[in-house]
Design a protein around this ligand. Structure first.
Ligand SMILES: C[S@@+](CC[C@H](N)C(=O)[O-])C[C@H]1O[C@@H](n2cnc3c(N)ncnc32)[C@H](O)[C@@H]1O
Length: 299
């Protein structure tokens, strides 16, 4: 029998997860504890083992715990070229996580400084580019990030778009969902200190071509549910993304582009309520047809 699937936040023990830019590894250790066994996880930091211990003394216990639970811990993994890393280059992940990316501190640069913002954007752009090539089918990239000024100036969505990614969801980052996690400053100056989280979110990105299929499926299932709510006979319509199948016997009742009342009143069901239902159905159908045609032309 397979191992029981365990969840914490957005993450499950069955996901193949890559964590990059970990501070003291407290986030990955928290996931590993929740999963009990973390054999599908790879947790990484850009620092060497020695530097990490100097900058994040609290990392030692977390790294021990990760390794005890079967997580692969890697040092000196730079998001700029992680897709070329000998251990990672042939692996595809379900989720790649970068919590609170930051390009490093300079005493003379505050977070509002344009030069520093440019560096942060460079880091994220490189991360999105390399991470997007490491995603398996349906994979997601999660970036937790403050979205108040000046952090909103990084324009995550715009950077992700350059790597063919789209924002799938933006959800409030709730630190209390991750017991034992401490967000660390990193960046070489007072690295092991925490920083205020304020308005922070987890931005979930996925590859654009996959998302459009998902969106279409989602929209279709919504439409299908709406139709079910209208109590239409099940055998009449089966709707799939971008395809509308109508049984032969029903096919003669209408033509594409003409959805006038005359088209739907001439059927075997002649009572008033079924006409109203049919009218609603054809209105939804017409709307759906227009939307799909519109999307098609936009692409
Ligand atoms: C604000 S800290 C957040 C640390 C950790 N993710 C957390 O949530 O506690 C930013 C982290 O980004 C990492 N970082 C900066 N540049 C990086 C790069 N090129 N590749 C990988 N990590 C990087 C730093 O080492 C630092 O640990």
């Amino acid at each position: 029998m397979g191992e029981k699937q365990r969840w914490i936040g957005h993450y499950s023990s069955s996901h193949k997860i890559l964590l990059v830019g970990e501070g003291d590894f407290s986030f990955s250790a928290c996931l590993a504890r929740a999963f009990r066994s973390a054999t599908k996880m790879v947790a990484t930091t850009i620092e060497s083992e020695d530097t990490l211990l100097k900058e994040h003394w609290s990392s030692e216990a977390h790294v021990d715990e990760l390794q005890r639970r079967g997580c692969l811990v890697l040092h000196e993994v730079d998001v700029y070229d992680m897709d070329q890393h000998p251990t990672l280059m042939f692996v595809k992940f379900d989720i790649i996580v970068f919590n609170f990316p930051h390009a490093g501190h300079d005493y003379w640069l505050c977070e509002r400084n344009n030069e520093l913002i440019r560096r942060h954007r460079g880091l994220l752009e490189a991360f999105f580019r390399s991470a997007s090539g490491m995603l398996g089918e349906g994979g997601e990239i999660h970036v937790s990030h403050r979205d108040d000024y000046p952090y909103d100036k990084w324009k995550l969505k715009e950077l992700a778009k350059k790597a063919g990614l789209v924002l799938k969801e933006k959800v409030w980052f709730e630190k209390s969902d991750y017991p034992g996690y401490h967000q660390k400053r990193g960046g070489g100056i007072e690295s092991n200190k925490t920083f205020p989280l304020k308005e922070c979110y987890t931005f979930k990105f996925s590859l654009k071509h996959e998302t459009s299929v998902l969106d279409s499926e989602e929209a279709t299932s919504k439409l299908q549910r709406k139709l079910e709510e209208l109590h239409l006979p099940q055998h009449k319509t089966l709707i799939r993304p971008n395809h509308i199948h109508v049984p032969e016997s029903e096919g003669t009742k209408f033509t594409f582009g003409s959805f006038g009342a005359a088209d739907f009143v001439s059927g075997p069901e002649t009572d008033k309520s079924s006409h109203i239902v049919s009218f609603l159905f054809y209105q939804i159908f017409a709307y759906w047809h227009t939307v799909t045609a519109y999307i098609y032309f936009l692409h």
